[in-house]
Ligand binder design. Structure first.
Ligand code: CA
Length: 223
């Protein structure tokens, strides 16, 4: 499951990203409304956490634009404001929930999970050939055989599956599967890809994880 956090306060953004990442989500962070909107156009997210007071474009305007464009991704508004009027406005604009700052991370996480449970079940299943990934229950199987993946391997597989058929670079994997802004030797990525392959591909005849030399990796079923 992939979550976009649109928040200009660096501390809050980092705290959210870290907590959500530890809870098993793939997290992207955008520092202002314009960047947030651009991110939603560039990638698919399962949930957006949107601060209201944002530079360039506030959270209300952002969600209004998304809904006008028929983007139905669930939204949790994050705000220091706590008036009934603001809540009503947010909900009218199509936010799905509201969390008032300061908040306990556990409370936010509970809202995130409850909102994701309400989204259609098909969203939580990804299929590539005979590989099936159940992101809600964090399980994967191939040809009906359960794959015993570590959380990192699962995140990596899910990330590749979200971009099925497209080359994903090592840097992008490092950024999404490890901490935000992870800048270190991407050999770490190769190591985890190798471990993932040992489980997802080695026991099977057809290979799904392919290396594109000098570019990265791509997950795809044989055509
Ligand atoms: Ca703010």
């Amino acid at each position: 499951m992939r979550i976009l956090v649109i928040e200009d306060e660096k501390k809050t953004a980092a705290f959210l990203a870290k907590g959500l990442h530890e809870a098993g989500f793939v997290v992207d962070v955008a520092p202002d409304g314009e960047a947030g909107l651009a991110a939603t156009r560039a990638s698919k997210f399962d949930l957006l956490i949107v601060d209201i007071m944002l530079p360039k474009k506030d959270g209300w305007a952002l969600v209004e634009e998304l809904r006008d464009a028929r983007v139905q991704t669930p939204v949790i508004f994050l705000t220091a404001r706590d008036s009934v009027r603001d809540r009503v406005k947010g909900l009218e604009l199509g936010a799905d929930d509201y969390v008032v700052k300061p908040f306990a991370f556990s409370e936010l996480l509970a809202r995130v999970r409850s909102l994701l449970r309400r989204t259609p079940a098909r969203r939580s299943k990804l299929r590539v050939g005979d590989l099936e990934i159940d992101t809600r229950h964090q399980r994967a199987e191939r040809g009906g055989v359960p794959l015993n993946l570590t959380p990192k391997e699962f995140l990596l597989l899910t990330h590749l599956a979200h971009s099925v058929g497209e080359v994903v670079s090592r840097d992008e994997i490092a950024e999404h599967v490890w901490d935000i802004g992870f800048k270190t030797d991407t050999n770490v990525v190769d190591v985890v890809v190798r471990r993932l392959r040992a489980k997802v591909d080695d026991p099977f005849k057809t290979k799904l994880v392919h290396t594109i030399r000098g570019m990265g990796y791509v997950l795809k079923a044989p055509s």
